[in-house]
Design a protein around this ligand. Structure first.
Ligand SMILES: C[S@@+](CC[C@H](N)C(=O)[O-])C[C@H]1O[C@@H](n2cnc3c(N)ncnc32)[C@H](O)[C@@H]1O
Length: 346
C-alpha cells in the first residue's frame, strides 16, 4: 500500500484542493485572543490590529473569527458528503483594558460550523496531566474574584450531511477497525492521559509551535476515517496531522503559511519506519495485555490476520500497516506501507 502526502505553503482561506475530495479534517487553528497568535492575526486582517490597538477585545475576537470563518467555508467545499471535521481549540482568558474575561472560541466555532449546515456531533475534552499549584488567577484564597485556570481544550466534531455509507463488506472499513478496548478509551468524552509535547521552535518567526501531541490526530484519524481516505489539515504547523496520517496509512494534504515549518518537517521523518513500528507494537502489546487480563477464552473471535483473540466480530479483519519507506515527491511525500507482522516484534 502507498499513501501520498501533499504539503502546500499558502493561505488556507483559499485552498487549492478539489471540491469534495477530503474525507476527514483534523486541525487546530491559531486560537483567537491567545496572545501568541496576535501578530499572525494582525498580518491577516488590519481590522484586528486596529481593534487590539484600541483595546477593544470583543471587536478583535469577532474579527479574528471572521478570518477563521473563511477557512471553515473552504472546508465545507472540500469535504465530501458524510466527511468529518475535528477542530481542536482552547478558549482564551485575557485582560483587555482592565477587564478580565473568557473569549469562548469553542462556542463561536461551533456556531460557524452549524451556520454552514454541518451536523454538530459529541465532542471530546482533553487535558494534559498536571499538578502545578502556581497557576491560579485572581484573588487567591479570598472570595470572590478568583478564577479557575483553563487547562482543557476542546475537540469539536462536525459532519457534513448524513452518516457516511459503505458497501456491505467493505474491506477498507473492516481492516481499519480498532480494538474493542481502544474504542472504550478513544470514544470517551474526556481524554486525560495524553501527554503534551515540546512546543519550542527553532524558527525566526515564532518561539512556540502550538503543536498538539501525536496521539491526538492519530486517534482521531483511526476513529473517523478508513484506509484509502484523505485527511486535510489547513493549519498544518509542524505537520503532526500528516505524521499521524502517514502512520495510520491515510493520504493527507496540509496548508501552512510559514514555509520554515514545512522545510523543517523532513527532520520528523528521519526515523519514520522505526516510529511507525513503535506505535503499532505499543497497540498490539496493549491488546495482548488486555487478552491476558480477561482471558483468551472469554473473547469470542480469532483475528484473521493475527494470532490473537478479539472481543467482537467487527475486529476480526483488523489489519495494521507499518511504514517501510518514505520518498520526497514534487508535492510532498510518498510513503510505502506493508502489512505489520505481529510475530516479528522484538
Ligand atoms: C495551532 S498551530 C497548528 C499546530 C499543529 N497542529 C501542530 O501540531 O504543529 C496553527 C498553525 O496555522 C498556521 N496558520 C494560521 N493561519 C493560517 C492560514 N490562514 N493559512 C494557513 N496556515 C495558517 C500558523 O502559521 C500555525 O502554524
Amino acid at each position: 500500500m502507498r499513501t501520498e502526502h501533499a504539503l502546500r505553503v499558502g493561505d488556507a482561506r483559499d485552498l487549492v484542493i478539489p471540491t469534495e475530495s477530503v474525507d476527514l479534517v483534523v486541525t487546530s487553528p491559531p486560537y483567537p485572543m491567545i496572545e501568541m497568535w496576535d501578530d499572525l492575526f494582525r498580518d491577516l486582517d488590519h481590522e484586528i490590529s486596529e481593534a487590539l490597538d484600541a483595546g477593544d477585545g470583543d471587536r478583535a475576537f469577532r474579527a479574528m473569527h471572521r478570518v477563521l470563518d473563511s477557512v471553515w467555508s473552504e472546508l465545507d467545499r472540500v469535504l465530501r458528503e458524510g466527511g468529518i471535521a475535528c477542530i481542536n481549540v482552547g478558549d482564551a482568558t485575557r485582560t483587555v483594558e482592565r477587564t478580565f474575561q473568557t473569549y469562548p472560541n469553542h462556542v463561536r466555532i461551533t456556531e460557524a460550523f452549524r451556520e454552514r449546515g454541518f451536523v454538530s456531533l459529541p465532542g471530546i475534552l482533553w487535558r494534559k496531566p498536571t499538578n502545578s499549584t502556581a497557576k491560579f488567577m485572581g484573588s487567591g484564597m479570598v472570595p470572590t474574584n478568583a478564577y479557575p485556570t483553563l487547562e482543557h481544550e476542546h475537540i469539536l466534531v462536525f459532519r457534513k450531511g448524513g452518516p457516511r455509507s459503505f458497501e456491505p463488506h467493505s474491506s477498507a472499513r473492516y481492516e481499519s477497525a480498532y480494538f474493542w478496548e481502544e474504542r472504550n478509551r478513544w470514544f470517551s468524552d474526556l481524554w486525560t492521559e495524553i501527554r503534551g509535547v515540546d512546543q519550542r521552535l527553532a524558527s525566526e518567526s515564532r518561539e512556540r509551535s502550538g503543536a498538539f501531541p501525536f496521539e491526538l490526530p492519530y486517534r482521531l484519524i483511526n476513529m473517523f476515517s478508513v484506509y484509502g481516505d484523505t485527511v486535510c489539515d489547513p493549519f498544518w504547523g509542524t505537520g503532526t496531522t500528516t505524521l499521524a496520517a502517514m502512520v495510520a496509512g491515510r493520504d493527507s494534504v496540509g496548508y501552512e503559511l510559514d514555509s520554515e515549518l514545512i522545510e523543517a518537517f523532513s527532520d520528523r521523518l528521519r526515523d519514520l519506519p522505526a516510529f511507525s513500528r513503535e506505535v503499532l507494537e505499543t497497540r498490539l502489546d496493549s491488546h495482548e495485555t488486555f487478552v491476558e487480563r480477561v482471558g483468551a477464552d472469554e473473547l469470542g473471535y480469532s483475528a484473521t490476520h493475527y494470532d490473537f483473540r478479539v472481543r467482537t466480530k467487527q475486529e476480526r479483519d483488523l489489519r495494521l500497516y507499518e511504514i517501510t519507506g518514505v520518498e520526497s515527491t514534487e508535492t510532498g511525500y510518498s510513503v510505502e506501507h506493508h502489512p505489520f507482522d505481529a510475530d516479528s516484534r522484538g
